[in-house]
Design a protein around this ligand. Sequence first.
Ligand code: FEO
Length: 170
Amino acid sequence: MLSDNLASAINDQIQFEYHSAFIYKSMQAFFESEDLPGMANWMNIQFQEEMSHAEKMFDFVCETGHRVVLQGMDTPHHEYASPLEVFEAALGHEQIVTSRINALMDLAQQEKNHAAQIFLQWFITEQIEEEATANHIIAKLKRVAGDGRGLMMIDQELAQRTFVPIAAAN
Ligand code: FEO
């Protein structure tokens, strides 16, 4: 159902999704150290989401008769000047993910692989939400411009985020 070429490309994205999870876990650690538990919670949920993205792709590759091969990961960045810088880094990362998912879809379309296109459509839609959410938080952080009270309110709001498993979300 998948060409070796397409399976290999999705395998690379599995690796990237685990790497994404690692980056967000590092961002959580930063916020924990800054006593911003709501933002730390938000990043921990993001970590869980990235893990679930990796697992969804992992299962797809296995179900199509291919073998997933994992590799080591780079050390994630762990120093930031401000919460705004963290969320801007998160947005930048999501924009890279979006371009990678789009490239996977291009490949699936070139190969006329309809099953892969249907599978990847979920991730195309997910990336719209991923970028929009990061943009929304960045806008709020810019609005409060480092004001402590405003920052606390955003932190409390981000503390409300909960993890919704993919199966339940669809
Ligand atoms: Fe798995 Fe945030 O993209």
